[in-house]
Design a binder for this molecule. Structure first.
Ligand code: ADP
Ligand code: MG
Length: 336
């Protein structure tokens, strides 16, 4: 069997199983957006790592080094936001081909520095090596949270409402413009490409949401909700209903998808890199959280569905269109 047949999540599951005989007290390992290392009864460190590989995650000619520097950090900070934690330190490892320009490296670091400064995150180490031809970037990020505020994927309950903090699919549509070499001088195109190249981690939103008792499960969306909501469902042993009419989409996404005959639904549900938050809210008192969120962040929390009980131990997601009919949706992004 090759790795494609095993699948990305099958491979991760096999790693988890192999190492399940080595555990330590007060550490939660593989399975959530971050590992959790308890410091004491009140507080924990949370830790996560993510890689960006040239020609898998980015095309060198299609993103400025400044924005790549920001994005390398942003995608990692997003996992800290998903836990309801606050980041304070990162490690940056980078493999560079020998012919890379000094100015490229400086601009990459300027970008990484600018987002570090915005979130007061200290760069505490890393590693530097040569590569044969492609750039590889790995960032590790460490955050801190109050134990009572840490939010996990496995805490969704029957009757919870499912919410997202932002429009879905802008980044995927931006990527489609980039990959198809489509002229990008219009507002819509530039907005979508910016969402793809320069995502903003939702640290303040994650921290605030995690301080609300009614917020149960939370994660960030990196692979599209078809995949990521399934993570919440399987780890909580729940299922879900998603109402397609409620999926928040930007006007830019709708205009561009219409123009190129792309499926806006596919962009919003099945493709990755939104880096916004996906959460479930206690169905008994959601109004309070939704209203307060709007007051604090001046934008809506979008309610896209609800958590339902699983039949047996199999989690399923039912996508329902405006006529109440079930619609088939592809899986989200998988590396293998
Ligand atoms: P995310 O999209 O939030 O970064 P992933 O889907 O990449 O999360 O990973 C899911 C879980 O599997 C995380 O807890 C992550 O730490 C763990 N994981 C992924 N790859 C590996 C690996 N090679 N070794 C150990 N754990 C891994
Ligand atoms: Mg994540």
């Amino acid at each position: 069997m090759n790795i494609k047949e095993l699948g990305e999540f099958g491979f991760i599951e096999s790693i988890k199983n192999k190492f399940s005989d080595i555990t330590l007290n007060n550490i939660e390992g593989i399975g959530d957006d971050c590992a959790i290392i308890e410091i004491d009864k009140e507080t924990s460190f949370v830790v996560s790592t993510d890689m960006l590989i040239e020609n898998i995650h980015f095309i060198r000619e299609k993103i400025t080094p400044y924005k790549l520097g920001r994005k390398s950090l942003a995608v990692n900070l997003s996992d800290i936001a998903a836990m309801g934690a606050e980041p304070f330190a990162t490690l940056l490892s980078i493999a560079l081909p020998k012919d890379i320009e000094k100015s490229w490296c400086e601009e990459f670091l300027n970008g990484y520095h600018s987002l570090s400064k915005e979130h007061t995150v200290m760069l505490i180490g890393g590693d530097t090596t040569a590569s044969i031809s492609d750039i590889a970037i790995n960032v590790t990020v460490i955050g801190k949270a109050q134990n009572k505020n840490i939010r996990r994927r496995n805490c969704a309950k029957t009757g919870d409402l499912i919410a997202v903090t932002n429009y879905l699919g802008d980044s995927a549509t931006g990527l489609n413009l980039i990959l198809n070499n489509i002229k990008t001088d219009g507002y819509d195109q530039q907005y979508l490409i910016e969402q793809h190249n320069n995502p903003s981690p939702k640290i303040a939103q994650g921290k605030w949401l995690a301080s609300q008792k009614g917020v149960h499960a939370m994660m960030d969306i990196s692979d599209g909700i078809a995949s990521d909501l399934m993570h919440i469902c399987t780890s909580s042993n729940m299922s879900a209903e998603v109402y397609l009419e409620n999926i928040p989409q930007s006007d830019s996404l709708i205009n561009v998808c219409k123009k190129h005959n792309w499926s806006a639904t596919n962009m919003s549900l099945c493709s990755g890199e939104d880096y916004c938050l996906l959460l479930t809210i206690d169905g008994d008192f959601p109004g309070d959280i939704i209203d307060k969120y709007r007051e604090v962040f001046k934008t809506d929390l979008f309610i896209i569905g609800k958590i339902t009980p699983s039949v047996g131990d199999k989690s399923t997601i039912k996508y329902i269109d405006k006529n109440g009919d079930s619609v088939d949706i592809n899986n989200g992004f998988r590396h293998f």
